[in-house]
Design a protein around this ligand. Sequence first.
Ligand SMILES: C[S@@+](CC[C@H](N)C(=O)[O-])C[C@H]1O[C@@H](n2cnc3c(N)ncnc32)[C@H](O)[C@@H]1O
Length: 271
Amino acid sequence: MNADFDIELKLLLEAVYLKYQHDFRHYALASLRRRMQQAMVRFECRTLSQLQDKVLHDPAVFPQMLRFFTVQVSEMFRDPAYFKALREHVVPVLRTYPSLKIWVAGCSNGEEVWSLAILLQEEELLERSIIYATDINPEALRTAEAGIYELDRIAQFSQNYRQAGGTASLSDYYSAAYNSAIFNQQLKRQIVFADHSLATDSVFSEVHLVSCRNVLIYFDRALQDRAIGLFHDALVHRGFLGIGPKESLRFSAHAHRFSEIPARQRIYQRI
Ligand SMILES: C[S@@+](CC[C@H](N)C(=O)[O-])C[C@H]1O[C@@H](n2cnc3c(N)ncnc32)[C@H](O)[C@@H]1O
């Protein structure tokens, strides 16, 4: 990667922040570079400066650019062992609270939040829960709220669900129509979908569990610390934080404020 590209990237991120208040200035550089190269192909730009010109002057471009600034890969019951560990180690503690608040930060198209809603329903905890599902990508939030996924993804989702300790059949929770699986809309009665950025917004509620998986991996150390600090401030005493398998609190400035639970699934408890 040449030095000019990095100069132009810095300028582009600054321009996006000044114009749209979306702050990508502390995202991990290597993956940001790759995704900006893809964006240059998509928008037929020879340089990032040309792309910056479009981002600033063509109102249709920035909403589409969000697809390149963010990564939307997800699955229901992704990493089944994580959901199994939630069931076995976290649910028994959650059960002791008369009401629950849960925050799924970086919920993308909703696969993770619908999985949690199903898990809580099976544990008879959904009724007493409010789940905040947040992301910075409005298009992803709309998909998340709809709870409709392509039918050809369901085999993988079902396999994950079984491995995650599901007590029924995933097909109990959706109806198939054409090429889509439409999840039971009753499951979202306790979910609030909202725009929230871990880069620029602050804590909005006290919660018992934060699930923020495969999001920190796209941030640099400073932004990871900001986000983990928000989670710490949002969590009740002894509240839980679940992160992705490639993420860790080990090098965070907040590491000493959490202990990892024995399940070895990157689930931490606020000290
Ligand atoms: C790879 S997806 C993770 C989806 C899901 N949590 C999972 O593990 O399958 C990453 C998500 O983080 C969101 N994201 C990126 N930057 C963010 C920020 N500053 N604040 C909140 N969400 C952010 C992206 O829009 C994307 O939906």
